[in-house]
Design a protein around this ligand. Structure first.
Ligand SMILES: NC(=O)c1ccc[n+]([C@@H]2O[C@H](COP(=O)([O-])OP(=O)(O)OC[C@H]3O[C@@H](n4cnc5c(N)ncnc54)[C@H](O)[C@@H]3O)[C@@H](O)[C@H]2O)c1
Length: 266
């Protein structure tokens, strides 16, 4: 039997986190850094990304945190990211598909979504996750090991409860249902495809993450949460699951979608 002392350690593992400069991405970068990983923040947000590198280095004492500007919708940009990571760290152990590309019209009600906007948002988000995975898995296949994690959502497998958005400027856009539904199914496809190469592929599907939403919305949202005390999802609810999936504790888990929503979708 293997030594199970350091089951959750990410020591010496190189992890790329797309959208690492964002709300959830920053928590992912932190948990990976805290557990000894070499972290690559791959994001289009240069200023936010560089600032986060300094913050995490200071807070965790881990010096192996780098930022590399990357647009997941550009093949050239992804290729240059991978070249940079291999030169610096020699291998890629983990890829977290967590970026959140959306165009300026994203977030409209169903009737107001144009065909062009629908296609553009699906292309950049779902298509970007495909492209990023395709290029990274090429390396992992050669290594005969790797770990790919997709960010899904409760809206990738369950219907919106539209009444929670009433009286706010918010809604649950139709594109998001298509994107996240696609991502959860890509996870299973790729887990099956890459299993023989020792590459695990899983998804995490969080509920709505607390982010200064209007009080009326939060009140209605939490009514559906089953777990007491009723609240929205916090970043640390998700980062613990990420750590588990990246670590050897999950060595025999692939093709799964782990739902982190306090029972909202039950
Ligand atoms: N926030 C939530 O409530 C919630 C709930 C469930 C799932 N999710 C999922 O979690 C992931 C992260 O969401 P978030 O709320 O942290 O978003 P966010 O907007 O806070 O962060 C997204 C990051 O992606 C970066 N980005 C955008 N386009 C990019 C591109 N083309 N290439 C590289 N980087 C790009 C942005 O610069 C930003 O730093 C997304 O997949 C989202 O769908 C979020």
């Amino acid at each position: 039997m293997k030594n199970q002392n350091n089951l959750f350690s990410l020591n010496k593992k190189t992890i790329i986190i797309t959208g690492g400069a964002g709300l959830i991405g920053a928590a992912f970068c932190r948990v990976c850094a805290e557990n000894g990983a070499k972290v690559v923040i791959a994001d289009t947000n240069l200023r936010g990304g560089k600032k986060l590198v300094e913050k995490i280095k200071k807070e965790t004492g881990n010096k192996n945190i780098v930022f590399s500007r990357c647009d997941i919708t550009s093949e050239a940009s992804i290729k240059s990211l991978i070249k940079f990571v291999l030169k610096k760290f020699n291998k890629i152990d983990g890829l977290i598909n967590n970026a959140y590309p959306r165009n300026k019209n994203y977030g409209r009600k169903f009737e107001d979504v144009t065909y062009k906007d629908f296609c553009e948002n699906v292309n950049t988000h779902l298509g970007g996750y495909f492209l990023m995975t395709k290029e990274t898995a090429r390396i992992m296949k050669k290594q005969k090991s790797g770990n790919i994690i997709f960010m899904g959502s409760i809206y990738g497998f369950s219907a919106p409860k539209f009444e929670i958005y009433e009286g706010t400027h918010m809604t649950m856009p139709i594109e998001y249902a298509a994107i996240k539904g696609g991502i959860i199914n890509l996870t299973k496809y790729l887990a099956s495809y890459f299993g023989p190469y020792g590459i695990r592929v899983n998804a995490i599907s969080p509920g709505g993450v607390s982010d200064n939403q209007p009080e009326s919305f939060v009140k209605k949202y939490v009514r559906y949460v089953k777990l007491a005390p009723r609240r929205m999802t916090m970043q640390e609810d998700i980062s613990g699951v990420l750590l588990f999936l990246l670590s050897d504790a999950a060595a025999y888990i692939t093709g799964q979608n782990i739902v982190v929503d306090g029972g909202w979708t039950l």
